[in-house]
Ligand binder design. Sequence first.
Ligand SMILES: CC(C)(COP(=O)(O)OP(=O)(O)OC[C@H]1O[C@@H](n2cnc3c(N)ncnc32)[C@H](O)[C@@H]1OP(=O)(O)O)[C@@H](O)C(=O)NCCC(=O)NCCS
Length: 152
Amino acid sequence: MNGSEEIIPCALEHADLLAEMHLRSFPDAAWKAKDISAILIQKTNNGLVYCQDANPVGFILWQEVVGEAEILTLCIDPDFRGLGFSKKIMRRMVEQLYQASVNKVFLEVSEENTIALSLYQTLGFVEITRRSKYYHKFDGTTVDAVVMSVDI
Ligand SMILES: CC(C)(COP(=O)(O)OP(=O)(O)OC[C@H]1O[C@@H](n2cnc3c(N)ncnc32)[C@H](O)[C@@H]1OP(=O)(O)O)[C@@H](O)C(=O)NCCC(=O)NCCS
């Protein structure tokens, strides 16, 4: 894709935009702007926004605690998927964490989310455990969470 790409730090003033993006990616489990503000206000939490031609098209949020980090959410707008944006934003996050002496990253992902599983495996994450029936779907069924980690 042509155009300029930029990865910028998440700030509180992005909360409304991030909530709109979250809704486009997680229509059944979207976070409201106030939820995202509550995350961003915590000193342990951090995030990056992926911008295409100055327009935000995806973001990642994570939490850092004593040398370890946990990804809280990651999404790329549907029209901008498959272009390597999530790989780039995750690699930027890992660079930042490395600079901050964080040496391990954790995440949880639905066992049904094959695209995200593939992304994380590509970036070196490995499954460490599963949380049974962790995600509750609207049809009343449940799905296991795969807990993954990578050393950085
Ligand atoms: C998961 C998600 C963040 C991937 O973002 P993306 O920018 O499209 O991903 P990228 O283009 O950077 O691709 C990275 C890797 O993801 C995997 N991937 C991406 N699109 C894929 C597809 N259509 N089918 C299979 N794997 C795919 C591949 O492993 C790819 O690596 P490769 O290019 O070396 O094959 C995006 O699909 C999304 O926002 N989904 C909805 C929200 C979500 O599920 N978030 C994760 C919750 S844990």
